[in-house]
Design a binder for this molecule. Structure first.
Ligand code: HEM
Ligand code: HEM
Length: 362
């Protein structure tokens, strides 16, 4: 903790040269995106394993608070990507380091130039939703969000479990290795660390088209609000609301993961590459950050490493499981029931076809 306080104090006191600030921003944006990723992969798997919860999670994401967060997320990804490319290029051609101040400014300018049209595109989806589509009335909004979040609370217990597992793993490692609380080995020196150092650069560059493609599709082409709208599902030949009686977020994912071109489930393969690269890159990055701030205690440091390892392993397992299980159409029936609950919370009448569908089901 002392080293975290030291970083904050020194960063402010130093009145950072641009290099210092870009380092801080790179770190903050990387950690922010990795935390989002942890929620996102778990949530997305609900589309297959707990369809009702997925509908509720997306209802929460379509509220104003999360909308602001989404703009922050897109800024974080774009800035981190451009700055990461700068780091990779400079490490590859060290003679360029004398231009690093100009390059750091160029990264900021480029980020803002790219974000201007992207934010306009996102804003038009947001305004469409709040002013012309079936937006949730202001006084009901909080009810919907609180309800959606409460339903998901049991999963918080999962995160506490992960932390406990990390502490146990760190303790077992200390016992087996006999390392006790003595000095930890300097991680930078080993071939394994050299591998990770190169991996961060290579994976970072490989992630750029994947993440940018994913975000363009989910924000500009389709938009978070269109996930529940009756329209063509981006990147497929299908339309939402053709299997269920009303469109739903679950059907959106169903169509995307069922889409096959030339016998290949294109979006499943795409998401698998995205999942593996982003999880390994993000959690190894988080390990760098957490071990920097736990240097005061080898045990805390081991716990941090175990935490990153366990979280990455869980996300890879859950994310891949969601991608590999065969999709059954009954997940869409479950989504219909949850959609009806959201309508009721909003204090709106159920569409006639949804009411008829639910009464048939009884
Ligand atoms: C708020 C912005 C985002 C939205 C609305 C969104 C939406 C979605 C949706 C609907 C899926 C389901 C599959 C599909 O349709 O392809 C998905 C999957 C996925 N997304 Fe995102 N996404 C967002 C941002 C991100 C970011 C920034 C990352 C990477 C850091 C990311 C990584 C992934 C991964 C790895 C999967 C596959 C999950 C699995 O294997 O179960 N997403 N996303
Ligand atoms: C979009 C393309 C991306 C590029 C080009 C990129 C590039 C980089 C580079 C070059 C580093 C420095 C590694 C080092 O110091 O050895 C880094 C660190 C990091 N990245 Fe990324 N990255 C990208 C996406 C992501 C994503 C999607 C996440 C989150 C899931 C992420 C999370 C992190 C974290 C947490 C760090 C550690 C930051 C630190 O040590 O201060 N990155 N990235």
């Amino acid at each position: 903790m002392t080293s975290l306080a030291l970083t904050v104090r020194e960063t402010l006191r130093y009145r950072g040269a641009i290099g210092q600030w870009s380092w801080v921003l790179h770190r903050l944006t990387g950690v922010g995106v990795v935390l989002f990723l942890a929620l996102h992969v778990i949530d997305t798997s609900w589309a297959v394993f707990y369809p009702g919860l997925y509908v509720k999670a997306i209802a929460a994401y379509q509220s104003p608070l999360f909308t602001i967060g989404e703009f922050g997320l897109v800024f974080a990804v774009v800035y981190h990507a451009f700055n990461g490319i700068r780091i990779a290029i400079f490490d590859w051609k060290p003679e360029l380091w004398r231009h690093q101040a100009q390059a750091a400014v160029a990264v900021l300018v480029l980020t803002l130039l790219v974000l201007a049209p992207v934010f306009l595109g996102m804003l038009s989806h947001v305004l469409d939703f709040y002013f012309t589509e079936a937006a949730i009335a202001g006084d009901k909004m909080l009810d919907v969000v609180v309800f959606s979040i409460l339903e998901q609370l049991p999963f918080i217990a999962g995160f506490v479990g992960v932390l406990a597992a990390a502490i146990v793993l760190a303790a077992v490692y200390s016992l087996i290795s006999g390392a006790g609380n003595g000095a930890a080995k300097a991680p930078q020196a080993s071939p394994v660390e050299r591998f990770w150092w190169s991996f961060m650069r290579v994976s970072g560059i490989a992630i750029v088209p994947l993440v940018f493609g994913h975000l363009a599709l989910m924000h500009v082409v389709q938009g978070v609000f269109d996930i529940t709208a009756a329209q063509a599902v981006a990147g497929t030949m299908a339309s939402n609301g053709t299997i269920g009686v009303v469109p739903s977020a679950v059907e959106f994912v169903y169509h995307r993961w069922s889409y096959a071109a030339g016998g290949v489930f294109f979006w499943r393969v795409y998401d698998l590459f995205l999942l593996v690269l982003v999880t390994l890159h993000g959690f190894n990055g988080l390990r760098y950050v957490l071990t920097d701030y736990t240097s005061f205690s080898p045990f805390a440091r081991r716990t941090a490493v175990a935490l990153c390892t366990v979280m990455a392993a869980i996300l890879l397992a859950v994310g891949a499981a969601a991608l590999f299980v065969p999709l059954e159409k009954d997940i869409i029936d479950e989504a219909m029931a949850a959609t009806a609950e959201i309508y009721e919370l909003r204090g709106e009448e159920l569409p006639a076809e949804l009411e008829a569908f639910l009464s048939e089901d009884l």
